[in-house]
Design a binder for this molecule. Structure first.
Ligand SMILES: *[C@@H]1O[C@H](CO)[C@@H](O)[C@H](O)[C@H]1NC(C)=O
Ligand SMILES: *[C@@H]1O[C@H](CO)[C@@H](O)[C@H](O)[C@H]1NC(C)=O
Ligand SMILES: *[C@@H]1O[C@H](CO)[C@@H](O)[C@H](O)[C@H]1NC(C)=O
Ligand SMILES: *[C@@H]1O[C@H](CO)[C@@H](O)[C@H](O)[C@H]1NC(C)=O
Ligand SMILES: *[C@@H]1O[C@H](CO)[C@@H](O)[C@H](O)[C@H]1NC(C)=O
Ligand SMILES: *[C@@H]1O[C@H](CO)[C@@H](O)[C@H](O)[C@H]1NC(C)=O
Ligand SMILES: *[C@@H]1O[C@H](CO)[C@@H](O)[C@H](O)[C@H]1NC(C)=O
Ligand SMILES: *[C@@H]1O[C@H](CO)[C@@H](O)[C@H](O)[C@H]1NC(C)=O
Length: 530
């Protein structure tokens, strides 16, 4: 049967800080099966714990005497086969390197690991073809300084959190295993060991790469946030830039579903609605009835993109456009007031006001001529407005009409001046308007009084000023070759008239308006000097 050896007694004394009589034989399994704890094992353990409370089994109450006893047997075997120099004195290492036959067996003795002797500082389980998950029982030996599990077939998640138990661990080798890659949140774990601890472990190819990954992630997240912020910023900016784009639904809402109540005008090509945007601002919505080709839509948008940039007190602010396939529209600020034709025919404005209107429109035209020569506009008195505060406004633009030659612009401006003086409508077509032109010509310069609006008082200075305007108008109308003045010259001339108006202007409002005209004039002159 079992024999008691003095050596084994000493061994266990060393291991468990006790003196227990233990029977020790060849194979561990046999011993585990056959050996029973001695009768006084109970009191022995208690005495040991009194002497050394840090012993692991002291924490297990009530004592599982059988398990504690079995663990001493395993310990003695392990110490022996691990080639510890003196198992009676110490048990510093578990060396199961390249012992694939017995290593799994020892790993299976959970009761041993639970009472892992405190003397063990190194565990080597390398090159044993160990399969399955990381052998977490080794964490019971929390005092170890070295752990080698390289060259096995361990797989699954590395229980990284448990490694914090091994606070004195300075050597770790998990190389050549099949672990699944670790989550980055445990990156500090990898900082304790360099890449040689994880060679082809499945964990992280190497420390540097891991650090790059960690850095990428640490940096990547803020960068992602930044990118998103920038993206949103861009979106907002984009939306701001495209605050000029109106959708059909916005316009529908603004005009009460394009209700007849809000329909304020209609011409061959467009319906004009008055609307109120959500922000409360009143707008004029001109909806084009023609269906446009893709090319025309593109050009329409190009034109509108320019129009929204126009900024002049005598040009109605263009707020934006709609270029949906089913609805093409241009949106301008709503102007309270009346069109200049109505104003002329119903108000019989005094001469000075007429001059102010000419100068205002001229200022707008000169601005367009100088800054936006590509913009076409409509100078018909019917299509220009006089706001309630007396400012004349160019309100209609020639979209999709690239053929607004300088000659035609000048002609239209000339006709506009004649109308202001005479209160006679020009015929619609350039060719058919010969009558008013001929009529003015026939009375100029000798009978200027005949053509001046009959309702106006015809003081001498008014007649002479009107004659100047008529002369200028006729010059503009003269499409025959080189007679027409250039726009640079027109703008200069008009600013001269403007200064005449300054000298004869009276009243606060007029003065302020003339001052503005004066600024425009300076601008014109400045250009003229260049
Ligand atoms: C061990 O000793 C304690 C007290 O010393 C006693 O209560 C317990 O029953 C004993 N257990 C065995 C299994 O002898
Ligand atoms: C293990 O112990 C036996 C005696 O029980 C001894 O003969 C043998 O040399 C020991 N082996 C090692 C590696 O220490
Ligand atoms: C692993 O163990 C085998 C025998 O089981 C041996 O031939 C081989 O050299 C060992 N490899 C390492 C790296 O220790
Ligand atoms: C680590 O070593 C220190 C000093 O040697 C020791 O006090 C501590 O208990 C050890 N930690 C563990 C978990 O054994
Ligand atoms: C164990 O891993 C080694 C490489 O480390 C491999 O050659 C072997 O096929 C694996 N064995 C099993 C059963 O997965
Ligand atoms: C390992 O950590 C898990 C929690 O992450 C814990 O439940 C388990 O008890 C630990 N194992 C050991 C042996 O300490
Ligand atoms: C990696 O760590 C081991 C000890 O764990 C050390 O021997 C080796 O020099 C280290 N290598 C590098 C590149 O730091
Ligand atoms: C771990 O083991 C592998 C393979 O045996 C070896 O290349 C590597 O250097 C070892 N790492 C350490 C830290 O000793």
């Amino acid at each position: 049967m079992a024999s008691i050896s003095a050596d084994s007694l000493h061994l266990l004394t060393a291991l468990l800080s006790i003196s227990i009589p233990v029977i020790f034989t060849a194979t561990v399994v046999e011993d585990l099966d056959n050996l029973q704890p001695p009768p006084d094992f109970n009191s022995t353990i208690i005495n040991n714990c009194l002497r050394n409370p840090s012993l692991r089994y002291c924490n297990s109450t009530p004592f599982d005497l059988h398990q504690i006893f079995k663990s001493t047997i395993v310990a003695s075997h392990l110490c022996n086969i691990s080639s510890n120099p003196n198992c009676v004195e110490s048990f510093p290492k578990i060396d199961l390197h390249s012992q694939p036959k017995i290593a799994p067996l020892y790993l299976s003795f959970t009761f041993f690991w639970k009472y892992c002797p405190l003397t063990i500082l190194s565990i080597d389980l390398s090159n044993n073809s160990l399969k399955g998950n990381f052998p977490t029982d080794v964490f019971y030996c929390s005092q170890i300084q070295a752990l080698d599990l390289s060259h096995n077939n361990l797989s699954g998640d590395l229980p990284i959190h448990n490694f914090s138990l091994l606070e004195n661990l300075t050597f770790l080798n998990l190389s050549y295993n099949d672990f699944t890659e670790c989550r980055i949140s445990d990156s500090h774990f990898f900082e304790r060991f360099n890449s040689t601890s994880f060679v082809r472990s499945g964990l992280v190819p190497n420390h540097k790469e891991f650090r790059i990954k960690a850095v990428l992630l640490l940096v990547g997240f803020p960068v992602l946030v930044l990118v998103m912020v920038v993206f949103w910023g861009w979106l907002c900016f984009f939306r701001r830039r495209n605050r000029h784009m109106f959708t059909p639904s916005i316009l529908k809402a603004a005009t009460d579903g394009f209700s007849v109540r809000n329909l304020v005008g209609r011409n061959g090509r467009a319906s004009v609605y008055r609307g109120v945007l959500r922000d409360g601002s009143e707008v004029r919505v001109e909806i084009y009835l023609d269906t446009m080709s893709i090319e025309n839509r593109r050009r329409f948008v190009e034109h509108c993109k320019i129009l929204v940039q126009l900024q002049h007190k005598n040009i109605v602010p263009v707020l934006g456009w709609c270029d949906s396939r089913r609805l093409m529209a241009i949106v301008t600020e709503w102007v309270d007031g009346q069109n200049i034709e109505t104003w002329l025919s119903t108000c019989n404005p005094p001469w000075k006001q007429r001059v102010q209107v000419i100068l205002g429109i001229a200022a707008g035209v000169c601005y367009l001529h100088e800054e936006w020569p590509q913009v076409g506009y409509n100078l018909k008195t019917r299509n220009m407005m006089l706001s309630v505060d007396g400012e004349p406004l160019i309100t209609r633009f020639k979209l999709l009409d690239d053929h607004h030659s300088s000659t035609k612009k000048t002609y239209e401006f000339g006709m506009f001046m004649l109308e202001i003086v005479t209160n006679r409508r020009a015929a619609k077509e350039l060719e058919k308007s010969v009558d008013i032109v001929e009529w003015v010509k026939s009375n100029y310069p000798d009978n200027v009084e005949n053509v001046i609006d009959k309702r106006m008082k015809k003081r001498v200075e008014i007649v002479s000023e009107a004659a100047e305007v008529l002369e200028f108008g006729l010059t503009c109308i003269d499409v025959s070759k080189s007679h027409q003045p250039s726009w640079d010259r027109i703008c200069d001339l008009l600013s001269d008239i403007s200064s005449t108006a300054i000298s004869s202007a009276s009243g606060d409002r007029k003065t302020s308006r003339v001052e503005r005209g004066g600024r425009d004039r300076q601008h014109v002159h400045h250009r003229g000097v260049e």
